[in-house]
Design a protein around this ligand. Structure first.
Ligand SMILES: Nc1nc2c(ncn2[C@@H]2O[C@H](COP(=O)(O)OP(=O)(O)OP(=O)(O)O)[C@@H](O)[C@H]2O)c(=O)[nH]1
Length: 303
């Protein structure tokens, strides 16, 4: 059995940077880990990959032969890969047991909201019973500084969780620059644990353009709370502690941590349960490092 992370998320959320950093991090721990580039539009890869989907088809080919624009070209490429999934299976079938793979996926959000190809590709790989996968959904943490944008991030994350039928981890990327454009309204754990969205709604700006969507925002927030599925890990790729937390969560989700079927003993599961951290401890060090004012929530006088 080989194991892997399917790294997905909106454009620019840090997927390629994450794959490179996670490969180096895992290699530093002595693991065998490879990257597969699943983005046929990414022609300047900062890492060495064992499989590059551009060897099968490129966005430029799809655009010129099928007379499509860049988005249509990318969608065509993913549909082409889905039809030629045996090509991908052939490329990875030689990997020895316990190898780890990171799939660096394209950022077009429609692949995670309504298009089926990415889901079908990974379902087919999973059904081969040779590979066990989890999804790692990255989203830029600067959206936490705007209540409406954070709600739309939550909706997109929830949609991806429901659509990509894999064990799923949500990650707030670039937490080192979370407050680059504006400061946070609450402590970081408010956003990572998705604590009380009603409190956030109180801070939706009152200008007429946004105010008219207040009822919609309320309904969306209510739906996210009803599902109660979305939470995040915070990540800065140069912070080894946050990389370790994401790696451990992904290892659990894809089953790497538990080894083969034979190794899944109650003892082993129990020891991991005992090692679970308290929520506060998980986020406190990142809060102290990257969020300026740790005495949130802010009062009206601060506004
Ligand atoms: N400060 C900071 N910047 C980061 C971090 N992770 C990624 N970035 C930067 O974010 C930008 C986008 O990163 P990419 O890795 O290209 O994002 P992507 O999701 O692969 O982008 P697409 O392939 O276009 O979808 C780059 O400038 C990275 O250097 C991080 O943890 N901290």
């Amino acid at each position: 059995m080989i194991f892997g992370q399917v790294v997905i998320g909106p454009p620019g959320s840090g997927k390629t940077t994450y794959c490179k950093a996670m490969q180096e991090f895992m290699k530093g721990l002595g693991r065998n880990v490879e990257i597969i580039n699943m983005d046929p539009g990414n022609d300047s890869l900062p890492y060495k990959c064992i499989v590059d989907v551009s060897d099968l088809i490129t966005v430029n080919d799809a655009m010129s032969y099928m007379k499509l624009g860049p988005n249509g070209g990318l969608v065509y490429c993913m549909e082409y890969l889905e039809k030629n999934i045996d090509w991908l299976i052939d490329q990875i079938k030689h990997l020895p047991d316990k190898h780890f793979v990171l799939f660096d996926c394209p950022g077009q959000i429609e692949f995670y909201t309504h298009h089926q190809s990415i889901n079908n590709i990974f379902q087919t790989l999973t059904k081969s019973k040779r590979i066990s996968l989890c999804a790692v959904y990255l989203v830029d943490s600067h959206y936490c500084t705007d209540p409406c944008q954070f709600i739309s991030v939550l909706i997109a994350s929830l949609g991806a969780m429901l659509r990509i039928e894999l064990p799923h981890i949500n990650v707030l990327s670039k937490v080192d620059i979370i407050e680059k454009q504006a400061s946070l309204l609450f402590n970081l754990d408010f956003f990572t644990e998705v604590l009380d969205l009603k409190k956030l709604l109180d801070y939706v700006p009152s200008d007429p353009f946004i105010a008219k969507y207040k009822k919609l925002n309320n309904c969306l927030a209510g739906m996210i709370e009803d599902y109660s599925l979305v939470s995040f890990l915070a990540l800065h790729v140069e912070d080894r502690y946050s990389m370790l937390r994401v790696m451990k969560a992904a290892d659990k989700a894809c089953g790497y941590l538990f080894g083969s079927e034979d190794e899944r003993t109650i003892d082993k599961l129990f020891s991991h349960a005992m090692a679970a951290e308290f929520d506060y401890e998980k986020i406190a060090s990142l809060q102290e490092k990257y969020v300026c004012n740790s005495t949130k929530p802010i009062s009206e006088d601060d506004l």
